[in-house]
Design a protein around this ligand. Sequence first.
Ligand SMILES: NC(=O)c1ccc[n+]([C@@H]2O[C@H](COP(=O)([O-])OP(=O)(O)OC[C@H]3O[C@@H](n4cnc5c(N)ncnc54)[C@H](O)[C@@H]3O)[C@@H](O)[C@H]2O)c1
Length: 322
Amino acid sequence: MTLNVGIIGTGWFSKVHADILSKMEGVSVKAFVGTSQEKAEKAVQGYPSAKAYTDVAQMLDETKPDAVYICVPPFAHGEIERQLVDRKIPFLVEKPLGVSKEVPQDILKRVTDSGLITSAGYHFRYTDAALKAAEILRERKIGMALGYWMGDMPQVYWWRKQEGSGGQFIEQTTHIVDLLRYLLGEVDEVYAAFAQRAMHEIHDGVTVHDVGTVTMKLKSGAVATISNTCMLPESEQVGLTIYTEQGSVDVKSDKLIVQEKGGLAEYPNGANPYQRESEAFIHAVRTGDTSRILSSYEDAFKTMEITYAALRSAETGMPVKI
Ligand SMILES: NC(=O)c1ccc[n+]([C@@H]2O[C@H](COP(=O)([O-])OP(=O)(O)OC[C@H]3O[C@@H](n4cnc5c(N)ncnc54)[C@H](O)[C@@H]3O)[C@@H](O)[C@H]2O)c1
């Protein structure tokens, strides 16, 4: 039986997901919803079964999708998810869940009450590097971790606005925070220092911080620090290094580096993590078996709580308990 999928959003990431979905057996991309008819018409090009919409409710009424992908900017969450929960339509939502905790908290309650199948776009969890790191770390004593997202500023208009994206730590570095939770467990307390150093002088209308560092105490007793900047001319370093009594385990976007006494081993990523993420979600929608989904809405909300706590800590100058 063909599984029909609707996609909300017409930007870069909608296309990444649509391309993967349209190559999957028994899956049909039926619709794109955009903020204008023109954008939606442009998005459907190359997907012969897809129709263009500007209204989510109309798309849901007419195409009756079995599942929906939500690929909108952080500020645009809320009403879309509410409609999907009301109609009991499983969804995969791109990270982050919102610009702050408020909207995701409301959606979380609805998702939990309804028992709906959901997935959040924390694709790092599906990389070979993260999966192998999880396996290695099971046998080790973790002391601490050092995470980083050192890059440039994405040029989409909403990213540079605090109310549009939530800022770099909430929007982008959230991947590293989520990876930290996946590999090291839950966070208890955060203390953050953020600042605006250069980007507000280079570009008009920049209200997000462009440097930040966040110290975390974990429930296990381990400690971690995750830093980020978006003031570089190009993207440079993204990753999470975990320090253990047997050496370090370094998860990068494209590989895992394991350093032990007297040796270093590198494991490059093989499979496409976005494809694995979609396969896990589509399998869950088809069969009801959610065991392959590595990040649900409920789980992703815990990552949102930490990134939002970091923002509050940076604003108040005080540590924040999770
Ligand atoms: N997991 C990843 O690796 C990854 C990578 C890139 C982007 N993303 C996430 O995907 C999301 C979208 O990013 P993008 O790069 O595609 O952004 P984008 O700006 O290229 O596209 C966003 C699209 O959403 C549309 N939109 C805005 N509000 C809408 C609404 N209410 N209804 C329907 N459409 C609406 C916009 O018109 C635009 O077409 C972001 O949350 C981003 O963090 C995730």
